[in-house]
Design a protein around this ligand. Structure first.
Ligand code: NDP
Ligand code: 2IT
Length: 452
């Protein structure tokens, strides 16, 4: 990197921090991309002159709104709603909605920023956005969740549409919430369109959308492993999380011949040395998606498993492959050292930004196969894109057709990462590859469309 680029990055980050104080997750996401694309900025000075990076970090629009709702006991609650419409250079805004107590503007902006590059990688025409609320769905009744979703959508509906902005699920937003959100959208706008994705199969949803993120993670990991002549067959896999992404990553890894030995939630993790099987996984699906219980119940049901509480993370469990599928910054330097020390060969991210910058440095320093979420979890939004296509042409594709598209897209993303991320010694830096490929596509579209 030249002295000029080094100075540019330092000045850029100083200004970003001054303009967006306290938004630590957003700073982290921008810093990673900026460092990856610095050589492009050096190579193409017109990107600097046109302030493409400066434009990319300023959301096109941020919507923040009050979400009032009443609980079952008649008490009134006020939450905060968000939609960050980050970049529409290559298509209508697209990205999930997160309901979690930790949601704030920094988390929304980092997710919308990441989404912009991820969506560009999918090869489909989708811009980047993210939304959500600091509403905590844990312990809420179905009726409370429904009233909250209706209040949230009463404001959000003004800002979205099938050709404008198409939300979907994320942490705390699954099939149930998308149903309530869609119902209210349809009622207020009097239109049955593909404005939300992740819809129920009977009312516009795509087959395989629930499975798509987790399956895509494993398809991507297969490609990574293949670069070293390896596969899932006979490997031990550690998965974090127990939600949508974790469930289907575990299922696919298992079906590809691996032994999945952990799952987790924010309270702790279970370690099952015998590994999951179809019956145990069905129990987890029931536990998390229907009963909405905690992962510690697994260890009560299956005595082969041990539960580790107090927020313990599974990274100390010896494994060949790790799939972080819970949340941002869940894998820190200490966790990374444990994985490397125990002989792990591949870390494929299912969550968005689950590894801290220090963890990534350790993992890449040890030359492990390592992919950032924006590449390896893109199967979810890609299948949302396929849902939009099916809605537009008013047709439904078979699971086999959708799976074929998903496999091809994950393979194309892998190819883009190797094209832009292969280093002089042959090591594939998937972070650099993903950021550069996504950046060049969005930057090119922004250049074509003038100063907007
Ligand atoms: P779910 O709500 O279905 O599951 C989230 C899981 O992560 C739960 O097990 C949850 O445990 C755990 N978790 C959430 N917050 C924390 C936290 N602060 N600390 C520890 N554990 C936590 O969400 P998804 O599976 O959909 O999402 C998981 C990740 O994947 C997120 O990073 C999301 O952005 C990303 N993602 C999701 C996609 C999708 O299509 N759904 C697509 C691409 C990425 P608990 O119950 O204790 O909160
Ligand atoms: O982070 C993500 O890519 C998602 N939560 C899915 C977004 C989508 O629009 O399907």
């Amino acid at each position: 990197m030249s002295a000029f680029t080094d100075r540019y990055i330092k000045n850029f980050m100083a200004e970003l921090l001054a303009r967006n104080p306290g938004e630590t997750e957003f700073h982290q996401a921008v810093s990673e991309v900026l460092n990856s694309v610095a050589p492009c900025l050096e190579e193409y000075p017109f990107l600097l002159e046109n302030k493409i990076m400066e434009r990319m970090v300023e959301p096109e629009r941020v919507i923040m709104f009050r979400v009032p709702w009443m609980d079952d006991a008649g008490e009134i609650h006020i939450n905060r709603g968000f939609r960050v419409q980050m970049n529409s250079a290559i298509g209508p805004y697209k990205g999930g909605i997160r309901f979690h107590a930790s949601v704030n503007l920094s988390i929304m902006k980092f997710l919308a920023f990441e989404q912009t590059f991820k969506n560009a990688l999918t090869t489909l025409p989708m811009g980047g956005a993210k939304g959500g609320s600091d509403f905590n769905p844990r312990g809420k009744s179905d009726a409370e969740v429904m009233r909250f979703c209706q209040s949230f959508m009463t404001e959000l509906q003004r800002h979205i549409g099938q050709d404008t902005d198409v939300p979907a699920g994320d942490i705390g937003v699954g099939g149930r919430e998308i149903g309530y959100l869609f119902g209210q959208y349809k009622r207020l706008r009097d239109e049955f369109t593909g404005t939300l994705t992740g819809k129920g199969f009977a009312w516009g949803g795509s087959s395989l959308r629930p499975e798509a993120t987790g399956y895509g993670v494993c398809y991507f990991a297969q490609q990574m492993l293949a670069t070293r002549g390896e596969s899932f067959e006979g490997k031990t896999v550690v998965v974090s999380g127990a939600g949508n992404v974790a469930q289907y990553a575990a299922q696919k890894a298992m079906r590809l011949g691996a032994k999945v030995v952990t799952l987790s939630d924010s309270d702790g993790y279970i370690y099952d040395p015998d590994g999951l099987d179809e019956e145990k996984l069905n129990y987890v699906l029931q536990l998390k998606n229907v009963i909405r219980g905690r992962i510690k119940e697994y260890a009560k049901k299956y005595p082969s498993a041990t539960y580790y509480g107090d927020g313990a993370k599974p990274w100390g469990v010896k494994c060949d492959i790790a799939l972080p599928c819970a949340t941002q910054n869940e894998l820190d330097a200490e966790g990374a050292r444990k994985l490397v020390g125990n002989g792990c060969i591949c870390i494929t991210e299912g969550a968005n930004m689950p590894s801290t910058p220090e963890a990534i440095e350790i993992i890449q320093g040890a030359k492990l196969l390592y992919s950032p979420g924006k590449a390896s979890n893109a199967g979810g939004v890609a299948t949302s894109g396929l849902e939009m296509t099916q809605n537009s042409i008013r047709q439904k594709w078979t699971p086999e057709e959708v799976d074929g598209h998903l496999r091809r897209i994950m393979s194309d993303i892998h190819e883009a990462c190797t094209k832009y991320g292969t280093e002089a010694d042959g090591y594939v830096n998937y972070v650099k590859g993903a950021n550069t490929a996504g950046f060049l596509k969005v930057a090119g579209a922004m250049m074509d469309q003038g100063l907007v």
